[in-house]
Design a protein around this ligand. Structure first.
Ligand SMILES: *Cc1c(COP(=O)(O)O)cnc(C)c1O
Length: 384
């Protein structure tokens, strides 16, 4: 321990107060909004430094300005290239983050079902919220769920349990709070699959062709919060309920290339940098390899000793949200405090479940994960 002791008392040049702990050499394991890749954060700073005071940074120009529409076009093209998005899927930027899509999806699709029915696989907090929102517009059937075992796994799903006339089957590809993820998505479902991929988008390859809609709030792997990236298959457009707000109608966003009103230009700009960074790593296959290595380091450390108790079923462990408890729960507060002193921040579990959660999205470098793995071993040695 004591890795950061020297950094704690740094003073600014002119006697300004010391930098807050963690300003440097710190790693932020927050579940979201989450750490940006450091090269992306640097390029954001450069953008603002280059335009300090001239009113012409990317957030200070019209969304119709060629400089911004150029960024937007590049962003969509790079997303298509990196994910291998099929031609007949649109890439949209929609306001309101992921939770707004919990309303937008039924508003756009549920009218395709004569009985206004949709299916939901309920694997955690955000899946429950999606289902609750869907129930405002029709019948939101639980096709499968894992609440009975504390959301510790992805349940078996038989597509025969999905109502025959369902407008869609909604699932959450990675469960941020409970730390589980899907490995095999349902096959041969007659209804289009819809995935909330907020906490694993671009962390691994995802065959978008298997889904009618994939949506993700920005703040975990893409950029700043408040906007969602939505991919939607062309034939699913044009069925929105008449009462759908214009700005939640995916057909409006597709027709206007997400420029019907002012999009979050800053979020799109940051995403463009994030995508370029992924491309420069060697694309999604390379990023996925790194993420698997990061998760393996942590799970190996957790499995080494009974001191820690990872909560997810081993077959469904998330690669982006590593959730565990201390066997002696009375040590959790001390664990978190010592971690903070070591510059390992944002490790408290979600308030619903407590314990510890290390979120290791794309932006978390391998060195940060190594530092956490070392800390896990050392804490277990000293307090075990
Ligand atoms: C974080 C998260 C959300 C919430 O996103 P908002 O942008 O705050 O609405 C929804 N779903 C999943 C899977 C998440 O991880």
């Amino acid at each position: 321990m004591g890795r950061r002791q020297a950094a704690g008392n740094r003073r600014g040049a002119s006697g300004t107060p010391p930098e807050p702990r963690g300003a440097r050499d710190a790693y932020n394991f927050s579940a979201g909004p989450a750490t940006l890749p450091r090269p992306v954060a640097r390029r954001v700073r450069e953008e603002f430094a280059a335009h300090a005071g001239d009113g012409a940074s990317i957030v200070e120009i019209s969304h119709k300005h060629p400089r911004f529409t150029g960024v937007l076009d590049t962003t969509v093209a790079l997303y298509r290239e990196l994910t291998g998005l099929p031609e007949d899927h649109h890439v949209l930027f929609v306001h309101g983050g992921a939770r707004m899509q919990c309303a937008a999806v039924p508003l756009n699709l549920i009218g395709r079902s004569p009985t206004r029915t949709a299916g939901y696989v309920v694997t955690g907090l955000f899946a429950q919220q999606a289902q609750r929102e869907g129930a405002r517009y029709g019948t939101a059937v639980t096709v499968a769920g894992s609440e009975g075992s504390g959301f510790d796994r992805i349940p078996e799903v038989s597509v025969r349990d999905c109502p025959a006339d369902a407008a869609f089957l909604h699932l959450t590809s990675n469960n941020t709070v409970y730390g589980t993820r899907w490995n095999d998505f349902p096959r041969d479902c007659p209804a289009p699959l819809v995935a909330d991929a907020t906490s694993d988008i671009l962390s691994r390859r995802l065959d978008h062709g298997r889904f009618g809609i994939v949506y993700a709030g920005f703040q975990k792997n893409l950029g700043p919060a408040g906007t969602a990236l939505v991919t939607v298959r062309d034939d699913l457009l044009g069925h929105a309920l008449p009462e759908t707000p214009r700005l939640l109608d995916y057909a409006v966003h597709a027709a206007s290339k997400s420029l019907d009103n002012t999009p979050n230009t800053f979020a799109v700009f940051v995403l463009s940098l994030t995508l370029e960074w992924i491309r420069d790593q060697g694309g999604l296959a390379a990023v996925e390899r790194t993420n698997l290595a990061k998760a393996r380091l942590l799970y190996e450390e957790l499995d080494r000793t009974a001191f820690y108790r990872p909560t997810a079923h081993p077959d469904h462990r998330s690669v982006t949200n590593i959730v565990f408890r201390l066997a002696d729960e009375s040590l959790t507060a001390e664990f978190l405090e010592r971690a903070r002193e070591e510059g390992l921040l944002g490790l408290a579990g979600h308030r619903l479940v407590g314990g510890v959660r290390a979120s290791v999205y794309n932006g978390m470098p391998l060195e940060g994960v190594r530092a956490l793995a070392d800390f896990l071993r050392e804490f277990a040695r000293v307090r075990g």
